[in-house]
Design a protein around this ligand. Structure first.
Ligand code: SF4
Ligand code: SF4
Length: 208
């Protein structure tokens, strides 16, 4: 006897109401830290300059907690171009250039029943030829250079290039970033980025 209909009725709808309502499950330190007092903050990767945190360098470690606190804002991203998107759906092809695995996990989690990116028209696809956006994560790797360049080349225009996570942006603590390899339309910070920040950044680059 299948109990899932009863369980579903008992639990109700668990999918987040994003972009409405509170984002209760956000991971605090994956949002950009802000000042909490005047003491000199310590940062192992020198991400703090004059009290301002670089979204490209911050590795979300929380080591600055004596002086800083998580902002809990969903603005840990920057977009450089508005691209006119022709469709209501938005298809993403992810590329792992050399990650620890956490960026991949968080990116794919937007497709799970809790975040349910499909209700916003956001999907993953298996080839860059079908994609509106390329989400590149991880550090630079010589073997991946031609793969990334080829993927960018075969995409239909207008294509959105996303650099995703501190490793892709600055190399994080383990290598070299990808900023000099591709010209991004959108960068999303965090180590790894929080799914709410990812959804917010994707909606903004779509012009929503
Ligand atoms: S969270 Fe870590 S990396 Fe980010 S600013 Fe604080 S100490 Fe630096
Ligand atoms: S940015 Fe952080 S979570 Fe993402 S691949 Fe690098 S080390 Fe892992």
């Amino acid at each position: 006897m299948k109990l899932w209909p009863i369980n579903s009725l008992r639990k109700g709808i668990l999918t987040t109401k994003f972009p409405m309502g509170k984002n209760e499950t956000i991971s605090p330190w994956s949002t950009l830290p802000v000042r909490r007092n005047d003491s000199e903050p310590y940062c192992p990767v020198n991400a703090i300059n004059m009290g301002k945190v670089s979204l490209e360098k911050c590795i979300s470690c929380g080591r600055c907690m004596e002086s800083m606190e998580p902002s809990l804002r969903l603005d840990n991203f920057e977009k450089f171009r508005e691209k006119p998107l022709l469709k209501r759906s938005f298809k993403i092809f992810p590329i792992d250039s050399g990650t620890c695995g956490a960026c991949n996990t968080e990116l794919f989690s937007i497709g799970n029943p809790y975040y349910d990116a499909t209700r916003l028209g956001i999907f993953f696809v298996n080839t860059p030829k079908q994609a509106d956006a390329l989400a590149i994560m991880g550090v630079y790797g010589e073997e991946m250079e031609s793969v990334i360049k080829k993927a960018v080349e075969v995409m239909a225009q207008p294509a959105v290039i996303i650099l995703f996570g501190a490793c892709a942006l600055s190399g994080g603590i383990i290598g070299r970033g990808l900023r000099d390899l591709v010209d991004p339309d959108l960068i999303i910070g965090g180590c790894p980025p929080d799914p709410f920040v990812i959804l917010n950044a994707l909606e903004k680059v779509r012009g929503r």
